[in-house]
Design a protein around this ligand. Structure first.
Ligand SMILES: [Zn+2]
Length: 120
């Protein structure tokens, strides 16, 4: 069995800004003027939420065989997965990869997903 990405879930402090565990880059909300702006470091595999990917790295695309697909085709892929974006990003098998899943409480039940892996 291949190792899949290690998951950490934020449910109570889901709004805590997420930083890369390998270099400390704040990947979301680093710009006070625009908190939705993302900053991907070299370790960032993906930044996503339940309805779209904000960022996908080449390593991530290659690992899940998404490289060469159009955004529309990628969307089709995760819509077809159990759990959608959350389910698809759980399938990453890069060595020592880490996923942080932040779930806003019901009724919104909105998830944000951040993936990282060490680089060589
Ligand atoms: Zn980093």
């Amino acid at each position: 069995m291949r190792n899949t990405i290690q998951r950490t879930e934020l449910k109570t402090y889901y709004y805590t800004p997420v930083h890369c565990p390998f270099c400390g880059t704040r990947v979301m909300g680093a710009d006070p003027a625009d908190e939705t702006r993302i900053t991907a470091c070299s370790h960032t595999l993906f930044i996503a939420h339940d309805t779209a990917f904000e960022y996908r790295s080449k390593r991530f695309d290659e690992n899940l065989a998404l490289d060469g697909l159009t955004d529309k085709e990628v969307e089709k892929r995760w819509i077809g997965e159990e759990g959608g974006v959350d389910g698809l990003t759980d399938q990453v098998t890069l060595a020592d990869s880490i996923k942080i899943a932040a779930y806003a409480p019901a009724p919104s039940a909105y998830g944000s997903y951040y993936g990282f892996a060490p680089s060589e």
